[in-house]
Ligand binder design. Sequence first.
Ligand code: ADE
Length: 236
Amino acid sequence: MIKFDILTIFPEIFNALDESILKKAQEQELINIEVTNIRDYSLDKHCNVDDYPYGGGAGMVMKPGPIFRAVEAVQTDKAKVLFMSPQGKTFDQEMAKKLATKEHLIILCGRYEGIDERIRQELIDEEVSIGDYVLTGGEFPAMVLVDAIARMVPSVLGTKASAIEDSFYNGILDYPHYTRPSVFRSLEVPKVLLSGNHQKIAQWRKKKSLKRTLLRRPDLFKNVELTEGERSILNE
Ligand code: ADE
C-alpha cells in the first residue's frame, strides 16, 4: 500500500484520479490518495495563501505558514516530500519505479510565481519536473506522477494491461499492436501474428521494438544493455 498526500489549493482537480484503474486500485486498498487544501491551513480571515514578493517584481509568492502547517499535518517518519516544479529533476520511468517502492509520498503543488524559498529549504526532499515546459501549476504534473507511480505498484494493473510489456519499462519502445478484424479496409495484420508460433511472434515483436526505438528514440539505447542477438537485429 502506498499513500499519496497531495497538498494543493485546487483539490477538485484531483477528482480525475477517481476513475478507471486508479479508482479500482483505491477500492482494493493498493493505493490511498488523500487531497489536502492548503487554504485550510491559512490563519488569516481571508484564507490567503499568497503574498507580494519581498524585493518587488511581478506575481505573488506562496506563503510559508499555510504550507508548513499543511505538510506537518500529514507528515510521517516514512514520508518523502516532493515539490512539483519545472526546476526539478525530470520525471521518467526509472523515477516512477523507484518512487513506487516508497510507503508515503507527500506531493506539494505550487501556484503563482513560486513558493517562499524557506519551504524548499526545510520541507522538500526532491523537486520534480514533468518536462521542459511551464504549466499554470503543479496539479497536472502531480497527477502525472501519481498515475505513473501507481501503475508500477504490484497488482494495480492486474491482467488487463502489463507494465512489464510497456514502452520504457525495459528502456525501449513498444512494438505495434493489432486486434480483429485481420483485414480492415484492405489493411492486413502481419501474417506472423496469426501464425500461432509464439517464438516467431516474440522475435517479430522484439525486432519491431528495437527498430522503432532506433528510428524514433536512438538516445534510449544509452541506458540499455543489448544482447549480441539484439545488436545484430539493429544492424540488419
Ligand atoms: N509546474 C509548472 N510547470 C511544471 C512542470 N513542467 N513540471 C512540474 N511542475 C510544474
